[in-house]
Each structure stands twice: as C-alpha cells, then as structure tokens.
Write a protein that binds this ligand. Sequence first.
Ligand code: BG6
Length: 482
Amino acid sequence: MIKKEMPKDFLWGGAVAAHQIEGAWQEAGKGMSIADVMTAGSNLENRMITDGVLDNQYYPNHEAIDFYHRYRDDIQLFKRLGLKCFRTSINWSRIFPNGDDELPNEAGLQFYDDLFDELLKNGIEPVITLSHFEIPYHLYKAYGGFKNKKLIDFFVNYADVVMRRFKDKVTYWLTFNEINNQADGQHQLHTWTNSAVLVQPNENAEEVIYQAGLNELIASAKVVKLGHEINPDFKIGAMMAYVPVYPFSANPEDQMAASKVMERRYFYSDIHARGEIPSYTLAYWKQKGYQMSYTESELQALKEGTVDFIGFSYYMSATVTTQKIDDLTGYDIPDFPQAKIVKNPYVEASDWGWQIDPVGLRYVLNTVYQRYNLPLFIVENGFGAYDKQDDSGQIHDEYRIAYLKAHIQEMKKAILEDGVPVMGYTPWGIIDLVSFGTGEMEKRYGMIYVDKDNTGEGTLQRGLKDSFAWYQKVIQTNGQEL
Ligand code: BG6
C-alpha cells in the first residue's frame, strides 16, 4: 500500500556551516582555520588561499554574518520558522586552536554548550558536522594537512572531546562535509577545504588526494566506532556531495563513462557504508602504480566504523559524453580524459551555471538507497541567487520557492512512492551566509535575509524573504502544502 503521509518524525530543518556564519575568527581563544586565509572571489575569479592573513586582502569569513554574537536572536527566527533541526558544524579551530594542542580550549567548548542549549530550549535538534572546511591552519603549516597520517589522531582526539562533552545534547553527527568534493584532486579550493592540502607541482594530484581521502575515511571510521561507545544512541553519518552524472546519449560508451566518473565519487561512500576499499579503486591504483599507504589495522578500523546513515548535499546533476560534438560546450574531467562534462539540453541552470534538476534528487535517493540500504538524510539543497529588495525592502524570491518546492515534490515521491527512508531535509543557507565556492555574500540561499554585500558593507540586520512564510507552512503541514 502506498503511504500518503510523510513520517511524523521527519526532520525539517535548515543547514549552515560554522565558518560561513560565525565570524569572531579570533575570539575566545579561537585559532586560525583554513577558511580564515581564503579571500573573496566571484563567479569569474577564484578565491585565493594566502600564506597567512595579509593586510591588504579581504577575508569574508572573518566576520561572516556575526552569528557568534547574534545566535540567540537568529534562533528565535528559526523557531518562528518552525525548524525541527538545525545543521551546523563545530569549528575545529575553536576547540583545538592549533589542532595539535594538548588540551582543548574551554571557551570554545562553552560557546557550543551555550549554542546547543539555546537550540534545545527552543525545540530545535542540533545536527552537527565535525569537519566542514574548518581544519586548524597550523595542521597545514606543520603537517601538510590530511596527506599526513598524524591528522587521523588529531581528528579522533578532537571528536573524542566534543562527542563526550555534548553527548547528551547532540544525537546526529556527520564526520567530513562533502568528503568526495575533492575526488579528482585538481581543484585547489576543494583539496584545500576538505583536506588542508595544497598539491605541489612535483606531486601527482590524484594520488595525493586518494591518500588524504583515505586518511579521512580511516579517521571517520574510528570516530564512528568511538562515538557509539560514548553514546550508543548516536546516529553518525557520512556527508557526500551527490551530483549524479548522466550519460549524454544512449551510446554505450557514454553510459560507461558516466558509471566510471561516478565510481570516483562512490569510492568515498562505498568505504563509509561498506567498510572496505572497493575493488574498482584497488584495480585503478594498481593500473596507475599508486603506492597507497594503509595498514591491516586501518583496514580493520574501516570495517568496524561503518556509518548509520548517508547524509548528502544535492544541488544539481551533470551530463557526460565521450563523443566529439562541436556545438556542445563543456569541460574536461581531469580524472577521466576520454570524456567531457557537457550541458544537459533538458534542464536549466542558475546564474552560477548550476543545472537545476529536481528529478535528479529522486534519482539520487533511489540509487543511493539501493546501493547501501541505509537511511538517507538530505542535509543540503538550495538555490543560490541574487536577491533584490523592492521599494519597501521586501524580497519576493519566488524563484527560490519554485526550486525548493520542485525538489521537495521529488523527495516526497521517493519517500511515498518508491519507499526510500529519508530522515530529514535541511535546505542550505537557511540564513544568508558567505558562499564557500566564491566567498560572495550576494550568492544568497537564505529564507532569512542578511544585510551585507560582497565587499563586507551592510548593517548585518536580518529580514524575512517570501520563502520564509512558504517554508513555515511546509513544515507546519509536514510537507502536505507546498
Ligand atoms: C556545499 C558546501 O558545497 O555547497 C557548502 O557544503 C556550500 O559549504 C554549499 O556553501 C553551496 O556552495 P556555494 O559555493 O554556493 O556556497
């Protein structure tokens, strides 16, 4: 029989990350994180990663939206919106300012104690990412980031401290945000933010990132096991960026290319969920002559620390072809040179070129559930857009409502018609925040507006967009009214 209603305990929420909202980058003993040396960029200009903080540069994450000082008021807005849960991260560099410190910073722990208390007091469940692009900068400087195995121990120690401290306040945990974002090793922003690794010209980028990624997966597995010992009720998940790659045509070569490109991404969730290095990856390493370092006890750790659920972000799909078609604009895939990512003629794109494909979300929910048989949690989905205030200061963001509505409709089909167990849905950037990819403020995702522009000017005042009232109704009716 087809269920008609969404699960009663469905976690409708909102998502952010510490470095994109908190600001207060040097407050209460916080150390410098890898986000603190990233300048502002744009759609056309990459963010720079500077050698420390330079006087003549603008670093948008230093102040962000000042959530650190304003969270009590913001939480009142979240409560009004009706959020059942709020996904944010613990900024690692608030707890261990250098990453390798002997003792944690009590003021950093206290901040999250207060934040979680405030959420719980207002009936909002915290969903916490342990590492969302906030690795202490010193771990890059002194150790070269996650390509160094010492970072496994530093991460496990950090997780041990926060999971013990917050064991009665936080139930839902995610280990590494969008861990597969770095899969091909070619995009500096991604290798930096996921792994604190800057690949050197004499290094093989793909090999370095496979090692860093494997080290993170080992660290994650150890933390899953440890977390369950600290509190058996913990639900600890992976966090993947799922961008399904479709074959451009019915040409079998395109199908093969799509499946090969997906393998590079599945490498991460396959280990998270199945506890072993997939055979296709072992074959690939052998073929490339990569010398990966891992021990028997690390392989054992992978087996013992499989995740309870798969959390993931979904924004868009991609399309791949091996054919040479002149009128197709596209870009090469560094880790799969035979193929090219090309525009999908059946879908539209956002102002930043992200392909809008709600059906792709249903497709991901189905394929990932069939692959792992684990509950799924959509922990990011949203529409980055330029918002314009009308004469009275209102923002009528019907384009955002349309995007979210179409995605929720597809999610409901997956749950109600396809039988996929989905734990919750937390749209990204529920309150405007600093874009990770470009460092802009004006690539806005929020239902709550923040008065600040790309140069850092603005009052930081909060306002409600039309999408606020719309989402409020969605939550109130448990997804019945869209
Ligand atoms: C995901 C990240 O990549 O997408 C977030 O987990 C990020 O940190 C979000 O902000 C949207 O990307 P962007 O580049 O538009 O901020």
